[in-house]
Ligand binder design. Structure first.
Ligand SMILES: [Zn+2]
Length: 82
């Protein structure tokens, strides 16, 4: 892993993690067998009928001091190859 040029503005550490945090609601139709039209023998949570993303956010977290950075800091990293 090569060193990155991004530093935490609080502690100046470079051990940073990009996080994508999301909330989903999974729906399973109740039918004659297991809940979910795709489930018949066992209930498998990934065999859902509908998934709604109710909330999501991206941020960067410093692994050294725990500070979280907002999206504008993130966009500078993601837009690097543009
Ligand atoms: Zn830090």
């Amino acid at each position: 892993m090569k060193d990155n040029e991004y530093k935490c503005p609080i502690c100046n550490g470079s051990d940073l993690t990009l996080r994508h945090e999301a909330s989903y609601v999974y729906s399973y139709k109740i039918d004659s067998d297991k809940p979910g039209l795709l489930n018949s023998d066992v209930f498998l949570s990934y065999q859902y009928d509908k998934r709604e993303n109710t909330n999501s956010r991206n941020y960067i977290e410093c692994n050294q001091c725990g500070t979280q950075f907002p999206c504008n800091f993130l966009n500078r990293i993601i837009g690097e190859d543009d």
